[in-house]
Design a protein around this ligand. Sequence first.
Ligand code: SF4
Length: 712
Amino acid sequence: MKAAHKVLKTWKYELKEIDKGYNNRTLYVNVGTHEIKEKPVTQFMKDKFIGGKGFDLKLLWEATTPTTKWNDPENEIVISGGPICGITQYSGTGKAICCAISPQTDSIMDSNVGGHFGPFSKFAGFDALEIQGKSDKEIIVFIDGINGKVEIIDAPEEPIDSHHLCEILHEMYSDDEKDQKNVSVVAAGTAADHSLIGMLNFSFFDPKRKKVRLKQAGRGGIGTVLRDKKIKALVCKISGVKGNLNNVVDLKAIMERGQRFNKEMRELDDKQCQMRSIGTAHLTNVMNDYDLLPTNNFKFGSHKDADKIHANVWKSYFTQNIPDGCWIGCNMACAKGIDNYKLRTGPYKDELVIVDGPEYETTSSLGSIAGIFNPDFTIEANFYCDTYGICTISWGTILGFVMECYENGILNEERTGGLKLNFGNADHAMELLHQLAKGQGFGKVAGQGVRKMKEMFAAKGWGDAGFMQDIGMENKGLEYSQYVSKESLAQQGGYAMTNKGPQHDEAWLIFMDMVNNQIPTFEKKAEALHYFPMFRTWFGLVGLCKLPWNDVEPENNHLTDEPAKVPEHLDNYVTIYNAVTGQNIDKYELVRQSERVYNFQRIFNIRRGFGLRKHDAQPYRAAGPVTNEEYESRQERYDKQMKELIGVDPVGKSTTEKVAITRKYRENRYEQLLDAVYTRRGWNKNGVPTIEHLKKLGMDLPELIEIVTPLQ
Ligand code: SF4
């Protein structure tokens, strides 16, 4: 295959050492014009945007116009780690954020990812990578951090699906097997060619297994953008990872915090979350127990067969006693995998493969949400989603919607090309996935996502638009991730008030709100919906994984003033940031750093015609029971609430009447929540940041003021 490569462009650059977490330059590659250049990172950029998602958004803002479409050449994929990204002395320090204009939402998408490409591209010399333009042939972009050159290469013969492509490229760009660990690849897959939900895989070589593994930037279709640009892969090679490539100011301080955290992991993980042995899949039965596990398209939160996908079942599948960090030095090591899994279907039938995960989200999205409680279905679908390059979360929520449409006669065998897509039909669900990768049949329709399907089915007169709006679990065009939010008003906001669409990485408040009742008033919920999205944004600015923040907590955490913030770990992050950059921020400035970028992203959405109150509306399924069946399944709970909270006696009322009364109450509460949160965030009633608030944050930049002024 390498013999068929033709170098279309080579650009050389000077290799330099990183200075206190920054290279002070970014890399721009246009795969259409073949222009390659470096751009300086100014002090202003570092002060206002920090790195990671901040840099991505800044570069994307400058590269696009308000009317740029996802498949225009101007759209970019921007990838950046951030100043902390790449240290190895603390857990969870190798993440990157990818941004682009999304094929699904037409707005700004950000997706965080592990694997080694984020740190490696930084070690190769760049604080961010911008990929613009559209190629007319299949290409690879190669960043050679050893010889200081970037190449655009015509690569006609390599396969598209990630597991094969990444293995081939790791081998091709290595001198020998040992050298494979110095290579990382970004790729998508054949389903990304035929859908709007394409995903990026970021590879790393696992020296213990001697295998190439994949981590995913799943949300919002950035893999579709990669394939639309005819990019097969981005490849980065460095000479190796050493202890202090970031040239931090105070390595000792970082090591001290790292050792402290590692001790907690050793002593507490088995008692708390078992991240090292089950990863996030430990949540599956917990969610079922609290009625939060999406079942049959979020109709229900638990199921009698959920024991079949209990955490212990996943534990028995995962290979144990092997460090599973997706970046060097991660002691949380939750990137579990299933080795030598024999596939039963599809183009790779009978191959023995490594399956990355499933993580919690996937146990639900490729399982309970479709009424399927069969681990082997979940594992096989997980593998195929990864190698085909599609987001498991979006695909699962799509599947749930399709199945509910099927059960309601909106879809039927004729409309699905012969597939029987009832809840629980694992064989036909798998066939739908393979169809998508081939760009065939109803698979191609499903790959357009819930929002587009709702529009299409309504236009064809197949179903009631209002009903599909209620059950179609998307907001802003992005499918919901996997938590039932009906009984947590704060989590409804945590989903539908997000910048990119309903993903749990901004705010996960269900336990604080619903289980522990720590934020009972609108003001308290608003405070949480201010603090946590702002705080959690920070992980994506600096190159950190969120999981080590609160998936294992210090033993005395519950005795602290604000246990939900995990104060000791927060202090670790402040210390590490200062130790890397030489700055002297405190925990308040940390949140302000995030708030600047968060507001910038909100205004970026407004610039593109989104980002207003109406775009924070949620499908009613996220807030309450849409159907009589749902109401009756939890009748005792809803009747009690009607009496105690709404002040209406349910006795003598029909279920239809009770559904309507509950709905009116819940929809009204959500509107009140929006008001409270907007006020706390310094936004007006339409969800627009006020000029006064931007001034207070130091984000009254002329280009932002221009956008928000007419909306004050
Ligand atoms: S906690 Fe898990 S996802 Fe986060 S860096 Fe470590 S292995 Fe990767």
